[in-house]
Design a protein around this ligand. Structure first.
Ligand SMILES: Nc1ncnc2c1ncn2[C@@H]1O[C@H](COP(=O)(O)OP(=O)(O)OP(=O)(O)O)[C@@H](O)[C@H]1O
Length: 342
């Protein structure tokens, strides 16, 4: 049986703000339970503002006030090192950062210090976790850059001197140079052109295979999920509403929201009109009762308005939170041009 490397239970994480004495709470992650296996690539999808970035910030132990964990656990089982990052101290998190757990944040420029040469940034990130210095450290970094098809010259460059694709490679290099067991990436390909996107994706996949790491990544681009993920999880209004093997999520979704998301993926030669999903995701300060998707759901019944659907197992590694999952039909037929992994 494959072992889990990450187990999340009953996780709630909110932005808690105080505006002139008035408390406001944005429930960005609201009761998520899930797990990720060793060597698995897990993609997280959902509309803008659904809580994807907030969720992986907790996984990456990168919360900053006013964002805080309100309930639940986020337990990693690293080699010889167990940690619950939802309650660990900064010092305990420091001990696993980069060496076991790494985080590729949204937008490579925000990670790379604009006034520091790339080589210095590598030293800041990786010298201590690797326990190397001087020439030994430099050789290790150069060897790693070579795998990423980057020349040692980049170490002398400033971030603005590199193209967007190169910067993203450097960010991936930073996140992987210590051979972490768990890599978290937020929109790793957004803002890159299609050709560079493909390169960056295959790079992440190659590195993951070579190092035997687990990867969690977020993107709103369903074609990236189709090509890269082993399993996909769908977040709607702060909740995980469905997760399952990528192929099943595309060809046999069991949540009406997933059916809409996967239907949004353009296919070559397909001119069929698909019903648009009306409305917008709800405010996370005052989400709807019952199933949060019910105001937009074509299958909603009275029960959906008042009772929260529990996550039910509907197949191997496949779970959904929908009272009417048996009635969910794919909105588009499987298509020959629709490449899906697995
Ligand atoms: N620093 C913050 N302070 C207050 N609320 C925030 C903050 N950051 C995010 N939020 C709110 O948390 C909710 C979830 O946002 P989050 O960025 O996690 O969503 P997302 O699914 O990643 O969206 P996107 O795809 O646009 O990045 C949103 O309602 C957002 O407005």
């Amino acid at each position: 049986m494959t072992q889990d490397i990450l187990t999340v239970e009953g996780l709630k994480a909110y932005y808690r703000m105080n505006y002139f004495g008035v408390q406001r709470e944005v429930r960005a992650v609201d009761d998520i339970t899930m797990s990720i296996k060793k060597n698995e690539v897990y993609g997280i999808a959902g509309e803008s503002s659904s809580g994807k970035t907030s969720f992986i910030k907790v996984l990456a132990a990168a919360m900053r006030p006013p964002f805080e964990v309100v309930a639940g656990t986020v337990k990693y089982d690293f080699k010889g090192h167990q940690i619950d990052v939802a309650s660990a101290s900064d010092k305990q998190i420091e001990a696993v950062r980069w060496k076991h757990l790494s985080y590729i944040m949204q937008g490579s420029m925000s990670v790379l210090n604009p006034v520091r040469r790339i080589g210095k940034t590598f030293e800041d990130f990786a010298a201590r976790p690797l326990g190397l210095s001087g020439d030994a450290f430099k050789q290790r970094v150069i060897g790693h850059l070579d795998r990423l098809k980057l020349s040692p010259d980049v170490l002398r460059a400033y971030p603005h001197e590199l193209s967007g694709g190169m910067r993203q490679r450097v960010t991936i290099g930073l996140a992987t140079v210590c051979h972490p067991e768990f890599i978290i990436a937020d929109e790793p390909t957004t803002a890159l052109d299609v050709v560079v996107q493909k390169e960056v994706l295959s790079l992440i996949r190659d590195i993951q295979k070579e190092m035997g790491a687990s990867v969690v990544f977020v993107t709103h681009d369903m074609s990236v999920h189709a090509n890269v993920a082993d399993r996909v999880g769908i977040i709607y209004a702060g909740r995980l509403v469905e997760e399952g093997p990528t192929r099943e999520m595309f060809f046999a979704p069991k949540h009406p929201y997933t059916a809409h998301l996967v239907a949004s993926l353009p296919r070559i030669g397909d001119t069929a009109q698909r019903p648009a999903l009306e409305g917008r995701p709800p405010s996370l300060a005052a989400p709807p009762s019952g199933c949060r998707f019910h105001p937009r759901c074509p299958l909603a019944i009275d029960k959906c308005k008042s009772e929260v659907p529990p996550m039910e197992t509907v197949g191997k590694d496949h779970r959904t939170a929908c009272w009417r999952w048996k009635d969910v039909e794919p909105l588009v037929a499987p298509h020959a041009n629709h490449k899906v992994t697995a």
